[in-house]
Write a protein that binds this ligand. Structure first.
Ligand SMILES: *Cc1c(COP(=O)(O)O)cnc(C)c1O
Length: 407
């Protein structure tokens, strides 16, 4: 049990020092600038700003005149970067944003097609159907992926025509290539399907122009996180050009899913959008260059990197099939050597997911990706003593103390 705040400070310092010596390749994390972090400690974090959808100017609580100005100003920034008419920033994370879309738009008996957990899906509707009550209400099916780990558009078209889902949710936690949304606009109009895009992982790529804007490709609604490839505070958002859809989302969010929407996210998000407007293009381009360089280096060393037929990846992450190289839990093994990434066992072979947003923000470029590839070789192919490898990983990581592409 803690007895003094000094103990809290010490533990936090330990964490920060430990993390500075880690090579963070977790694709869902990022490194926010000091400026962005500083806003999280402000007064907004202790206020209530709840409002009825479409009436933010009439807040339930008093004392909100500047909070209102802040939220509306941040809405304008989000609308600008995603070319959207409507936005809701009340979801406190991407998951809640997705829940508001799913719960707001589906009716009993409706079917959803989404990305399966075994294909690095996040699981919005699938896990919900594990709850008995929902299982009786909502049906779920999964889209197929091709040999390069892209969505199999032809199969999905056949599935959509046959099953007539109410909604298709594109986007997952292991997205290598942009999904063929454009091809689905016609079928969606014919069959009355809502095309939703879960941008949680790729928000930063869309904002920086490295990925097409799903709303412009034909998606009806897009939601996501603000802290994965997008280097903002942890949080969520929903955007659309359809007033009816955003109203349904908003009415589901509040008061069902959220009442305090963690207002201190707003100035931090606004600052990170301003940062992205200034440095985002350069940042996004380097993130993708780094992913491609790391994928190529790992392939050269003898790893089976997925998506080879399409150049491995167009995104902030790459996937490695470790079939031949491991028996245990690779992420836990790598953690012993201060290398942080994610693994997954739900497919046929164990896979690791390696993300480049944080190391890019720390200033690493293609040259450093070569070095990182050798760390993976030493850990997983040579099975070097993790303690020994850790010393080299730490020394390497501690050289990168800055935060690039930021104020
Ligand atoms: C991370 C993730 C989410 C959930 O976002 P949180 O911000 O963690 O709530 C939703 N969908 C996908 C595809 C994700 O990768």
């Amino acid at each position: 049990m803690f007895k003094t705040t000094r103990e809290l400070d010490n533990l936090l310092k330990k964490h920060e020092s430990y993390r500075a010596g880690c090579l963070n390749l977790i694709a869902s994390e990022n490194y926010a600038s000091e400026k962005v972090r500083s806003y999280l400690a402000g007064d907004f974090g202790n206020r209530y700003g709840c409002y009825a959808t479409m009436h933010p100017e009439e807040r339930e609580y008093t004392g909100n005149k500047f909070i209102h100005e802040f939220e509306m100003g941040t809405h304008e920034l989000v609308k600008e970067i995603f070319h959207a008419k409507y936005v809701d920033l009340r979801p406190i994370g991407g998951h809640m944003a997705g829940m508001s879309v799913v719960l707001g738009m589906l009716e009993p008996g409706d079917l959803v097609i989404e990305v399966s957990l075994s294909d690095w899906g996040h699981g919005l509707v699938g896990p919900m159907c594990e709850v008995r009550h929902f299982d009786e209400t909502i049906q779920v099916e999964y889209m197929a992926f091709d040999e390069n780990r892209g969505v199999d558009g032809e199969k999905l078209k056949m599935q959509a025509k046959k099953l007539k889902p109410k909604m298709i949710i594109f986007g997952g936690s292991g997205t290598l290539f942009f999904e063929p949304i454009k091809e689905f606009r016609g079928i969606a109009d014919q069959e009355g399907i809502i095309l939703a895009y879960d941008a949680s992982h790729v928000t930063g790529l869309i904002a920086s122009g490295m990925f097409p804007n799903p709303l412009e490709e034909g998606a009806d609604i897009m939601f996501g996180s603000t802290h994965k490839s997008f280097p903002g505070p942890q949080g969520g958002f929903v955007v659309s050009n359809d007033q009816d859809l955003i109203e349904k989302v908003g009415n589901t969010l509040s008061p069902t899913l959220v009442t305090s929407h963690h207002l201190n996210r707003l100035p931090a998000l606004a600052a990170s959008i301003l940062e992205m407007k200034e440095f985002g293009k350069e940042y996004g381009a380097q993130v993708v260059k780094n992913s491609k360089a790391l994928a190529k280096a790992l392939d050269g060393i003898g790893f089976k990197v997925l998506g080879k037929g399409r150049g491995f990846t167009d995104s902030h992450l790459l996937l490695v099939d470790l079939g031949e190289h491991v028996t245990g839990a690779p992420a836990k093994e790598l953690e012993k050597a201060n290398i942080l990434c994610s693994d997954d066992f739900s497919g046929s072979n164990p896979e690791v997911r390696i993300g480049t947003p944080e190391v890019t923000r720390k200033g690493m470029k293609e040259k450093e990706m070569q070095e990182i590839a050798t760390f993976f070789k030493r850990a997983l192919i040579d099975q070097e003593d993790p303690e020994k490898l850790k010393r080299d990983v730490e020394a390497f990581s501690r050289q990168f103390i800055g935060c690039e592409y930021a104020y």
